[in-house]
Structures are given as C-alpha cells and as structure tokens.
Design a protein around this ligand. Structure first.
Ligand code: PRP
Ligand code: URA
Length: 214
C-alpha cells in the first residue's frame, strides 16, 4: 500500500489487489464474478481505509481468562452512491457491522457527464463521526464530489472515499474541492477518454455489476 503524490490518495499496492483487479477489468468476467471481485477489492480497501479508527477498551472473558479487548468507538456512516456503490456495501458492513448505511442516488448525465442526484436518505442533523463514501469509479469525480459535499452539509467532519478505480483528472478536481478527504483506491488509471470513461478502466461498473449492458 502506498500514498501517492502530494494529495491525499492511498493506492493499494498489493499482489491481491493487482490479481483481483485484473479479473474485474477483463471483458470475459461475468456479472456474478464481477460482483465477487468488487467485494474482495472492497474488503482490501476497507482494511486500509479504517486504520485510523478509534478503539475503546472492552473487558471480555475467553475460555481461559478475562482480558482487555477492544471495540470500535466511533459512529460510522457508510454512504454508497447508487447504483454501483451498492456492490461495496456488504463487504464493508461485514467488517463494520454496526455502521449505519445512508443511500445516495446519482447518475451521470450521458451528454454532460455531470452528476444528477435522484435520491438522498442523508439526514439533516446529528451527523455520524466518520463517513465512508463508496463508489467503484471516480472518473471526472463529479459524483463523489457531490456526495462528499452532501456529507459535509450533514456535518460529518471525518470523511474518506473508497473507490476501486480512479482517473488522475478526477482525483485532481476532487481534491481541489475537498483537500481534506483521503481517497482510497485499488488503482489510479491512465486517463479519461472523450466520453469521460476511465482508460483502461473496466467499462460501465453499474451495468457490469447488475447485468444491464445492452
Ligand atoms: C458511475 C459510477 C460513478 C460515476 C463516476 O455511475 O458508479 O457513480 O459513474 O463518474 P464521475 O466520476 O464522472 O461522476 P453511473 O452514472 O454510471 O450510474 P450507475 O451507478 O447507476 O450505473
Ligand atoms: N462510470 C463508470 O462506470 N465507468 C467509467 O469508466 C466512468 C464512469
């Protein structure tokens, strides 16, 4: 795992990430395998993105003796961006079973590549202590920029983004608006093409995940 550049980007640098990402990208990968690969990569991302979570001591009894263990002490909100962000929810929830899940619906306008919000369950008050935005693709960064802005409006102070593949242009724009937010990614790819798709990328993540390619 390594921090890249001046901005706050943490890119997984791990053989398992490289292996599972290659399967994810491959056009031969079926939707079922695609979902599985997203889950595996999400777990790797979640481990890295939670290294700074706070713990409280927790007294417990093993079969042999009592001891001081630990529990996560912070109130954590997971915020998937529909649709494709849904694919990251279960693996992150397995690691953080007490986290809250707040859904945000956004799609990218095909002409303008601008995010259009169509659903938001984010509350207006009583913010979580830690927010984790989930979306497998950070292309222009528009969707994730808008999601992070929504979390800030809710009042969340400690936010991080988990994304599988990002484009350098999108990360740059994202950090112009949100320099305080770390982005955890499995890979930073080469560039965006003229249609604002990530190259080499994996195509349309939502369509591949939900088998809706036409
Ligand atoms: C995809 C992806 C991100 C967004 C990334 O969603 O899951 O949300 O595009 O692009 P951006 O960084 O340029 O905003 P899409 O709009 O295809 O919706 P979907 O998840 O419903 O398929
Ligand atoms: N959304 C995707 O699903 N893939 C891209 O490459 C860009 C945006």
């Amino acid at each position: 795992m390594q921090a890249t550049g001046k901005s706050r980007v943490v890119e997984l640098n791990h053989p398992l990430a490289a292996h599972h990402l290659s399967i994810l990208r491959d056009t031969k990968t079926t939707p079922s395998q695609f979902r599985n690969q997203v889950q595996l990569l999400s777990m790797l991302l979640a481990v890295k993105a939670t290294e700074d979570l706070e713990l409280v001591p927790h007294r417990l009894q093993t079969p042999l003796c009592s001891m001081d263990g630990h529990r996560i002490s912070q109130r954590i909100a997971i915020v998937p961006i529909l649709r494709a962000g849904l694919g990251l929810v279960d693996p992150v929830l397995r690691l953080l079973p007490d986290a809250e899940v707040w859904h945000l619906g956004m799609y990218r306008d095909e002409e303008t590549a601008q995010p259009v919000e169509y659903y938001s369950k984010l509350p207006a008050a009583d913010p979580a202590q830690v927010g984790m935005v989930l979306d497998p693709m950070l292309a222009t960064g528009g969707s994730i920029r808008a999601a992070v802005a929504a979390l800030k409006k809710w009042g969340v102070k400690n936010i991080r983004v988990l994304s599988v593949i990002a484009a350098p242009e999108g990360i740059e724009l994202f950090h112009r608006e949100h320099p305080d937010v770390t982005v955890y990614v499995a890979a930073v790819d080469q560039e965006l093409n003229s249609l604002k798709y990530i190259v080499p990328g994996l195509g349309d993540a939502g369509d591949r995940m939900f088998n809706t390619i036409r």
